[in-house]
Design a protein. Structure first.
Length: 119
């Protein structure tokens, strides 16, 4: 059974920092691309950052220079370091694991962790 368990969310003041973690089980973590997405109230889920199995990263323009995604394959864990947080970063943050081979699509989501940034 595949599980993605996020942790590290919470309430923080604007300008502060948080680090989210996502522990994966039930998958071959080394071959999966991992990502963080977020969904604010009344808005669609959006990409925040992704990291490939080889370690290449991609960020939404809104978080470039402030957020850093990383992975620790030995611990089957992906992280999102969030600095200089803004009120508009308030959202539920979801961990994603994705691996596509030929027509076989493996796409898994965590339950989400709430991040609230106060002014």
């Amino acid at each position: 059974q595949v599980q993605l368990v996020e942790s590290g969310g919470g309430l923080v003041q604007a300008g502060g920092s948080l680090m989210l973690s996502c522990a994966a089980s039930g998958i071959d973590f080394n071959i999966f691309a991992m990502g963080w997405y977020r969904q604010a109230p009344g808005k669609q889920r959006e990409l925040v950052a992704t990291i490939t199995s080889a370690g290449s990263t991609n960020y939404a323009d809104s978080v470039k220079g402030r957020f850093t995604i990383s992975r620790e394959n030995a611990k089957n864990t992906v992280y999102l370091q969030m600095n200089s947080l803004k009120r508009e970063d308030t959202a539920v943050y979801y961990c994603n694991a994705k691996w596509i081979a030929n027509r076989d699509i493996n796409d898994y989501w965590g339950q989400g962790t709430q991040v609230t940034v106060s002014s």
